[in-house]
Design a protein around this ligand. Structure first.
Ligand code: PRX
Length: 635
C-alpha cells in the first residue's frame, strides 16, 4: 500500500492513524517510494523537542534538484515545467519545459560556481517574479549554496539587515521589476543596501526592465552574458539530508527578523506530499499559486512542491488589478489552470469589484481552489466558492507557516468535506493540540486554545540562523515539549480546526506577517517620536490594518499632524517596506503601562477595534487615566 495519495475519507483516517502510531514507517515509506536518493537514511527521525533539535532521514544523501528536474527528463522532458506569464499581457508567455529548465539551472549553477560560490555559502536573491528567480533558487540548491530570497518589496534597510544576518557572499538581482504600470528600481535598492554589507563580494544583475543602472566595477556583473558562455550540464552536489536548503526571514516579536532555516530532505518529502494531496495533482494539470516566491508559499507551492511532482506551474509576474480586475481570471482562462491558490486579501479585493470581471472568463478548467496566509472570512469564502469555483471546486483553506515549511491543516479536496472558514483536519503526520493558559492540553471538541504541534514533522524549520536559543525560546518554551505556532484556534464538534488569528505581537496585514516590534523600532527612529505602540485592527480588505499610538517628543513643535503622519509612514516605508504602512495614527500623551513598564496592548487593541465595552483589569496600570484620553480621541 502506498501512503503518497489519499483517495477517500476512510483512507485519510487510515493513513492518519498509521502516521501517528508509526510515524517512522509512514514517512519512511513515502520517502522511499517517491524520491531518488544517493544513499538511504539510517533513521527516519531523531529528535528532542525540549532542545528544539530535530533531524529527519538521518545520514541520507540527496539533491532536491535531481528530484525536481533530472528524474523527470526521461518521461517528461518536453512537458512544460514553468509557464511564465509576464506583467504585461501583451508580452509573450514563456513555456519552459523540463529539458529547458534543466539546462537553465545547470548553466546558472555553473555560473555560480565560477563566481566562487561553494556549498554552504549564502546567496541573497532579490528578484521580481521572473524565470531567473526560479532558476537562481534551483541553481543554489543544485550546488548546495543556501538561498535566502528576499521579497522584492522590502526596502534597502530591511535588505541590509537580512543580508548581514546570514552573511551573504553574493546577491542576485535585476535592473528593475515591473509591477502593474510601475517599474521598481531593484538595483538602486540593492546598491543602497550594500553600502552596509561587507560580506557581499559579487552582484549578478538580470536585465529585465532595461532601466539604466549603475554597475560597480569588480562587484557587479550582468548575468545574461555569463549564462551565455556557461555549459548546460551540471553534476549536482551530494547533500546530506540535514544540509541547509534555504533561509527565509519572517517577522518576530523583537526588531530583528528571524532567519528560518529549512533543510533538504524533510522539506522535500513533505512539500511534495502535501502538493500532491492538497491540490489533487494529476499529470495534465496546470497549477497556479499567485503568491510571490519571496514568501514561503511561493517557495513550497510555486517551485518545490510542483516541480517535485513533475507538474506544470505558473509563474506570474503581475498583480491582480493590472491591466484590469479581470487579470487573474483571464490568466486562468488563457492557460486552462486546474488549481488556483491565492490569499483571502486578494479574494476580498477582487470580490468588491464588479462580478462581471470574473463572470466573463471561462473558469471551467478549475478543479480545486485554495486559500492561504490568513483566516478567510465567511463572505469571502462564499464569493470564492460561488464565482470562482462555481460551487464545483472544493476550497482548500490551508493553514501553515514559514516555520512549518509546508501545509499542516487543510481539507484534502474530494476527500474532506469542507466547511467555510475552517482549515478542517490535520494532514497525516501532523499532531495538533490546543493548550490552555495553564499549559495543559485541552481534550475533546468544541474547545478553544493556543495551537501547538506535539510531534515533529519533516518540513519543520530546524533553527533560526545563528540563534538556536531564540528558536527554542520562541517556539518551544511557551509549552515545553511542543511547538507553539503563535496562533489561536478552535476545534469544533467534529474535530475540525478553525484558526482564529495570532495570539502574539504579529499582525497579518494583507496576508503579510508583520511584527509590531520592528515597525515600532522604525517609527521611534523618527526625530519627532518619543515612543510608539502598534496594534492590528480589523479591515474589510486587508484582514487587519495597523493602528499606531504615538507619543511625540515636543508636542508644540509639530502642529501639522497630517504632514507628520505622512512623514512617519514614509519613514516606515523606507525602513521596512510599503506593506508595513499604518492606516491610522493617533498622537497620544501617554501609553497604558503596567508597573513594570510593559505596554498593555490588550487595551490598545480594543480601542483600535472600537470596542470600549470591557477593558478587563486595569488596576495594575501605572497610569489608568490615559485609557480615557486615548479612547476619547480615537480616530
Ligand atoms: O496566523 C497564521 C496565518 O499566517 C501565519 C503564518 O504566516 P507566514 O509565516 O507568513 O506564512 C503564510 C503562508 C503559509 C500563521 O501563523 N495563516 C496562514 N494560513 C492561514 C492562516 N490563518 C488562518 N487560516 C489560514 N489558512
Amino acid at each position: 500500500m502506498s501512503y503518497y495519495k489519499i483517495n477517500n475519507l476512510e483512507q485519510y483516517f487510515k493513513h492518519y492513524n498509521k502516521s501517528i502510531r508509526e510515524p517512522r514507517k509512514f514517512w519512511g515509506k513515502i520517502a522511499e517510494e517517491n524520491f531518488v536518493w544517493y544513499q538511504a537514511w539510517d533513521k527516519v527521525v531523531d529528535f528532542n523537542m525540549g532542545e528544539a533539535d530535530v533531524k529527519w532521514f538521518v545520514n541520507a544523501k540527496v539533491n532536491i534538484t535531481k528530484n525536481c528536474i533530472d528524474r523527470h527528463l526521461a518521461k517528461r522532458g518536453e512537458k512544460t515545467a514553468i509557464i511564465f506569464e509576464p506583467n504585461d499581457p501583451n508580452e509573450e508567455t514563456l513555456h519552459i519545459s523540463y529539458n529547458d529548465l534543466y539546462s537553465r539551472v545547470a548553466k546558472m549553477a555553473n555560473v555560480l560556481r565560477e563566481q566562487g560560490i561553494k556549498k554552504g555559502d549564502r546567496v541573497c536573491i532579490y528578484l521580481p517574479m521572473i524565470p531567473e528567480l526560479a532558476v537562481a533558487i534551483l541553481a543554489c540548491a543544485r550546488i548546495g549554496a543556501i538561498h535566502s530570497v528576499i521579497f522584492a518589496g522590502f526596502s534597502a534597510s530591511a535588505v541590509t539587515s537580512r543580508i548581514n544576518d546570514c552573511e551573504c557572499k553574493m546577491v542576485i538581482t535585476s535592473d528593475g521589476g515591473f509591477r502593474g504600470n510601475k517599474t521598481v528600481d531593484l538595483k538602486g535598492i540593492i546598491d543602497e543596501a550594500l553600502e552596509k554589507c561587507p560580506t557581499v563580494e559579487k552582484v549578478l544583475v538580470v536585465k529585465r526592465t532595461h532601466t539604466a543602472v549603475s554597475m560597480k566595477e569588480g562587484r557587479d556583473y550582468w548575468l545574461q552574458p555569463l549564462l551565455y558562455d556557461a555549459i548546460p550540464n551540471n553534476v549536482a552536489e551530494i547533500m546530506d539530508a540535514e544540509d541547509p536548503l534555504f533561509i527565509l526571514y519572517t517577522s518576530g516579536s523583537t526588531g530583528k527578523p528571524k532567519g528560518m532555516l529549512h533543510t533538504t530532505a524533510g522539506y522535500m518529502v513533505q512539500t511534495a506530499y502535501t502538493f500532491k494531496n492538497i491540490f489533487n495533482h494529476e499529470d495534465n494539470d496546470v497549477f497556479w499559486c499567485t503568491a510571490d516566491i519571496g514568501w514561503i508559499t511561493g517557495h513550497s507551492y510555486i517551485l518545490y512542491g510542483p516541480l517535485l511532482n513533475g507538474a506544470t506551474t505558473v509563474l506570474f509576474e503581475g498583480i491582480p488589478s493590472y491591466p484590469d480586475f479581470g487579470r487573474f481570471w483571464e490568466v486562468i482562462d488563457k492557460h486552462q489552470v486546474t488549481q488556483f491558490y491565492t490569499a483571502p486579501t486578494a479574494i476580498r479585493s477582487l470580490a468588491k469589484e464588479s462580478d462581471e470581471w470574473v463572470d466573463k472568463y471561462d473558469l471551467t478548467s478549475l478543479k480545486v481552489i485554495g486559500s492561504v496566509g490568513e483566516p478567510i472570512n465567511e463572505e469571502a469564502w462564499h464569493w470564492y466558492n460561488d464565482h470562482v469555483g462555481k460551487k464545483k471546486c472544493p476550497i482548500v483553506d490551508t493553514w501553515w507557516q514559514t516555520e512549518t515549511g509546508s501545509i499542516m491543516i487543510s481539507p484534502v479536496p474530494f476527500v474532506t468535506p469542507t466547511k467555510p472558514t475552517y482549515a478542517t483536519l490535520p494532514l497525516p503526520g501532523i499532531q495538533p493540540v490546543l493548550m490552555d493558559e495553564l499549559r495543559n492540553e485541552i481534550e475533546g471538541n468544541q474547545v478553544v486554545g493556543s495551537l501547538c504541534i506535539k510531534f515533529p514533522w519533516p518540513s519543520m524549520a530546524r533553527t533560526i540562523w545563528g540563534d538556536h536559543q531564540r528558536y527554542k525560546d520562541t517556539y518551544f518554551s511557551a509549552f515545553p515539549g511542543k511547538y507553539f505556532t503563535g496562533d489561536g484556534a478552535l476545534r469544533d464538534e467534529v474535530g475540525y480546526y478553525r484558526i482564529t488569528g495570532r495570539v502574539d505581537d504579529v499582525v497579518i496585514v494583507s496576508g503579510h506577517n508583520l511584527g509590531t516590534a520592528p515597525i515600532e523600532d522604525a517609527i521611534n527612529e523618527h526625530p519627532a517620536v518619543a515612543e510608539s505602540a502598534i496594534v492590528g485592527f480589523p479591515h474589510d480588505i486587508k484582514g487587519n490594518a495597523l493602528y499606531g499610538f504615538i507619543i511625540l517628543k515636543e508636542i508644540g513643535e509639530y502642529r501639522d499632524r497630517d504632514n507628520l503622519t505622512k512623514e512617519i509612514n514614509e519613514h516606515v516605508s523606507s525602513h521596512i517596506g510599503p506593506i508595513a504602512k499604518l492606516d491610522k495614527i493617533q498622537f497620544v500623551s501617554g501609553l497604558p503601562k503596567t508597573r513594570s513598564g510593559k505596554i498593555m496592548r490588550r487595551i490598545l487593541r480594543k480601542i483600535a477595534e472600537g470596542d470600549f465595552s470591557n477593558f478587563g483589569d486595569t488596576s495594575t496600570l501605572l497610569n489608568p487615566e490615559i485609557v480615557d484620553e486615548i479612547k476619547d480621541n480615537k480616530i
